[in-house]
Design a protein around this ligand. Structure first.
Ligand code: ACO
Length: 321
């Protein structure tokens, strides 16, 4: 068996901060409301003129700066993003150009907030096939470029960031199993409609270039989908919640994280949370959280990852560290 083992991890968040107090000067909200309802205090915002690929590149550079690994050995690169630099070419191609690597099979994968888990699973399959030995998976989103700064139903939640993992084959440890799911039910409840072939560029569709959502519906679906999938995945692998050393959930809302934790009955101290500082960075939340906490992972730990996002798309992955 060739398991896909995470052997290195890197991350990047922009320096620019947007605090709850900043938002309270722009629209009718308050630090108290946002903190209580979401657990978020501030988000990082990428400078104008930069884009998703710039953050992905920084995360990859951070990875290779901190681990004794060789960028020239990378044979596949997947960028999980729903905020690509442009519709085409893929952001992964632009990342290759900026890193000066070529001959890499590089492509984007869009599964919104579940993008990292989807990409991790695709990359694991490449490793398990025996045909790829060094696969980079990046979760990167410059979602602030699609947030209407005056819309308090979205501006409070989202921030920018990127993180990257390197996968290599290992006989014993790695990405053990995943359950990934999707339906089209979420299309009307969470989307960025404009810029695609349905609503191409036009003066009438400017408003459609912003992210929109029905927060209440997304909230409920997110809790049910993530907790059910986590339990299903554990059962499939003959594990119990108590066997899990760390839960790394998508960081969308602290109340969603708490509700999932309660539903699967995991002890609070096992759940990794960094939403207070970064908000929801879409495909970057899970790898960013892993990057910040990587020193806590010990050999043999079972780590459960779970995500939910636009589509709807959702899932869970189980890693033996
Ligand atoms: N500031 C101040 N007051 C607000 C704000 C705000 N930003 N937003 C809503 N309110 C008010 C409402 O007007 C309402 O007032 P009322 O009681 O007088 O009518 C009250 O606060 C409650 O509003 P709700 O919409 O019921 O607030 P809720 O508790 O549902 O929180 C939120 C809204 C934070 C958007 C929540 O629904 C949420 O996080 N949903 C999940 C969305 C999400 O995570 N999407 C991301 C992508 S998918 C994913 O990553 C899981």
């Amino acid at each position: 068996n060739n398991y896909a083992n995470i052997t290195a991890i890197g991350g990047f968040v922009p320096k620019g901060r947007r605090t709850n107090e900043d938002l309270a000067t722009i629209c009718d909200t308050s630090d108290e409301w946002i903190t209580k309802r979401t657990g978020i205090k501030e988000r990082r915002i990428l400078d104008e003129g930069l884009a998703t690929s710039d953050m992905a590149v920084e995360a990859i550079i951070n990875l290779f700066d901190n681990y004794n690994k060789d960028l020239s050995k990378v044979d596949a690169l997947i960028v999980a993003t729903s905020t690509p630099d442009m519709l085409m070419p893929a952001t992964a191609n632009i990342v290759c150009e900026k890193l000066k690597i070529n001959n890499v099979w590089a492509f984007d994968l869009n599964a919104a907030c579940s993008g990292f888990l989807y990409a991790l699973n695709v990359a694991s399959g490449l490793i398990e096939s025996g045909r790829y030995k060094n696969v980079l998976v990046v979760g990167a989103d410059n979602i602030s470029a699609f947030v209407d700064i005056h819309d308090r139903s979205t501006n409070i939640l989202f921030g920018d960031g990127a993180a990257a993992v390197l996968l290599e084959p290992n006989e014993e440890f790695g990405v053990m199993d995943s359950l990934l799911k999707s339906n089209g039910e979420g299309r009307e409840f969470l989307n960025i409609e404009g810029g695609g072939s349905l609503f191409p560029a036009s003066l009438d569709t400017l408003d459609k270039h912003y992210i929109k959502q029905d927060g209440k519906i997304v909230f409920k679906k997110a809790v049910t989908a993530m907790s059910e999938t986590c339990l299903e995945l554990l059962e499939k692998n003959n594990l119990k919640t108590d066997d899990v050393k760390w839960l790394v959930p998508h960081q969308a809302n602290k109340r969603i994280i708490d509700a999932v934790g309660n539903a699967i009955k995991i002890e609070d101290h096992k759940t990794m949370v960094n939403i207070e500082e970064y908000g929801n960075t879409i495909a970057a939340t899970i790898p960013l959280c892993m990057w910040e906490n990587v020193s806590k992972f010990k050999k043999g730990d079972f780590i459960l990852l779970t995500a939910f996002g636009a589509g709807f798309s959702w899932g869970a992955s189980l890693i033996k560290w």
